[in-house]
Write a new protein. Structure first.
Length: 195
């Protein structure tokens, strides 16, 4: 068993290097308070906790409902010399994270995103929580992955309907993340200029 844990850690630690990894407190992911509904359509990334897949500028995410009642996720960004890159994924609502009438309510309001791009784990499932939204201008999203329930890797995004948000809205969004014990000092601004 000890060898398995050491082997697993030696595989995961290089993968999470550069992530919004928290050395302390140790333990599994928190269970933050969440909001019951989220509006599908296009959102722009204003700030985020950095991750290996969170590079580039002009980042936007579009959510749309598919015929099978799952949610398509399309994330686009501009890299280096102006080339646009993107990825697609799909969300399956768990509870009421997105307002889809055919899904029963449950105690957690989250999405489980399947992302085939997430390596080294193919078809990884990642929880995705809507912590807050006013439905028209901003939203705060959070995700966390447990590693053996010993430590965790977390991600957070402040999204806007437009390519910028007033500073007071960004600060209020960070207060929500602070309430979930997220270290917002590591959040980085997403360049939305010249898009």
């Amino acid at each position: 068993m000890k060898i398995s844990v050491v082997l697993l850690l030696s595989v995961f630690l290089p993968v999470i290097k550069g992530q919004a990894f928290r050395w302390g407190p140790w333990g599994p992911c928190p269970e933050p308070a969440v909001q019951s509904k989220f509006t599908l359509c296009r959102w722009y990334e204003i700030e985020k906790l950095p991750g290996f897949f969170e590079t580039g500028k002009c980042t936007e995410v579009s959510y749309s409902l598919r015929a099978d009642r799952t949610i398509a996720v399309l994330k686009m960004r501009v890299m280096g010399r102006g080339g646009a890159v993107g990825w697609t994924g799909s969300c399956s609502p768990v509870g009421l994270g997105f307002e889809i009438p055919s899904h029963p309510s449950c105690s957690r309001k989250e999405l489980v995103i399947r992302m085939s791009w997430f390596r080294p784990i193919s078809d990884a499932q990642v929880p995705y929580w809507v912590l807050s939204t006013d439905y028209t201008t901003s939203a705060v999203l959070y995700s966390c992955i447990d590693i053996l329930r010993i430590f965790h890797v977390e991600y957070a995004w402040i999204l806007g309907r437009g390519r910028s948000l007033p500073e007071q809205t960004v600060n209020a969004s960070k207060e929500i993340l602070l309430g979930s014990n997220t270290d917002v000092s590591r959040m980085t601004w997403t360049n939305q200029e010249g898009c």
